[in-house]
Design a protein around this ligand. Structure first.
Ligand code: SAM
Length: 227
C-alpha cells in the first residue's frame, strides 16, 4: 500500500543503502525497501509518540527488527555515528521544516552522500539549503496524487558549491527543463492564483507596493518558465 509519491522516493534510494527516514510515521518507506532487499539497514525516526508506535508495530509485524530501527527523536538526532547512514529521506513535510531539520542536524550528515527530499510546499527553501550545503541536485520528479502536487528532490554531496539561479531554485533545475504536463498544470494554477492576489492588492485603497512588486515578480518568473 505504498503511495506513488513514496514509490518515487523509494526509486532514488541507492541499492544496499543505509537509510535514515526522518518523519517516517508508519515506516512504510523503509519497510517497502527492506522487504524487497533493496536496503541493508535503516533508521526510522519519529518525533511524535503515536507515529513512532506505528513504525514499531509495522516493523515488528514484518519481522524486520534487525534491519529497521525505529527511534523516537527530533529530526536527525535519531541518527547515531555507528549507524553509518549514507542516505537520508525526508518526505511529506513542508520545505521550511525539511530545511530546518537538515540545518540543525548537520553533524549527522557527515558521510551522507544522498538526500531524497519530498517537500509538500516551499520547495525553494529546500533547494536553497542544498545549494548552501554542497548538495547538488541530480534528479527531480513531480507528480499529482490525491489532489496534491508533490515534488521529489534528489541531491548528492559534492565538494564544490552548486550554482542555481532564482528561477532554478523556485521551479527546480530539472523540472523546469522537462516542463512535464504536471509541472505546467501546477504552475498554471499558481499563476492563476497570483492573478487573483494581484487584483485584490490593486483594489485595496492603499496598495502595499512591496507586496505587489513581489507578486508581479513571481508571476513574471512563472510566465517565463511556462513560455
Ligand atoms: N514520511 C512519511 C510520508 O512521506 O508519507 C510520513 C509523512 S507525515 C505527513 C510527517 C511525519 O513527520 C509525521 O509523522 C510527524 O510526526 C513527523 N515529523 C515532523 N517533524 C519531525 C521532526 N522534527 N523529526 C522527526 N519527525 C518529524
Amino acid at each position: 500500500h505504498l503511495s506513488e509519491r513514496l514509490k518515487r522516493v523509494a526509486e532514488s534510494v541507492p541499492e544496499g543503502a543505509r537509510l535514515a527516514d526522518i518523519g517516517s510515521d508508519h515506516a512504510y518507506l523503509p519497510v517497502y525497501l527492506a522487504k524487497k532487499g533493496l536496503i541493508s539497514y535503516a533508521v526510522a525516526g519519529e518525533v511524535v509518540k503515536g507515529p513512532y508506535e506505528n513504525a514499531k508495530t509495522e516493523i515488528e509485524g514484518e519481522q524486520l527488527e534487525t534491519t529497521i530501527h525505529p527511534r523516537l527523536a527530533d529530526g536527525l538526532a535519531a541518527v547515531e555515528p555507528s549507524d553509518q547512514i549514507d542516505t537520508v529521506a525526508i518526505a511529506g513535510m513542508g520545505g521550511a521544516l525539511i530545511s530546518s531539520i537538515l540545518e540543525s542536524g548537520k553533524a549527522a550528515l557527515k558521510g551522507v552522500t544522498r538526500l531524497i527530499l519530498q517537500p509538500n510546499i516551499g520547495e525553494e527553501n529546500v533547494r536553497r539549503w542544498l545549494q548552501q550545503n554542497h548538495y547538488q541536485i541530480v534528479e527531480e520528479a513531480i507528480l499529482f496524487e490525491d489532489g496534491h502536487y508533490y515534488e521529489i528532490i534528489v541531491a548528492d554531496f559534492v565538494t564544490d558549491t552548486p550554482q542555481y539561479n532564482q528561477s532554478q531554485l523556485l521551479f527546480g533545475p530539472f523540472l523546469k527543463e522537462s516542463k512535464s504536463a504536471v509541472f505546467v498544470d501546477k504552475w498554471t494554477a499558481e499563476l492563476n492564483r497570483l492573478r487573483g492576489v494581484e487584483k485584490q492588492i490593486r483594489q485595496s485603497t492603499t496598495p502595499p507596493e512591496d507586496k505587489l512588486a513581489q507578486v508581479t515578480h513571481k508571476m513574471k518568473l512563472i510566465e517565463e518558465a511556462l513560455a
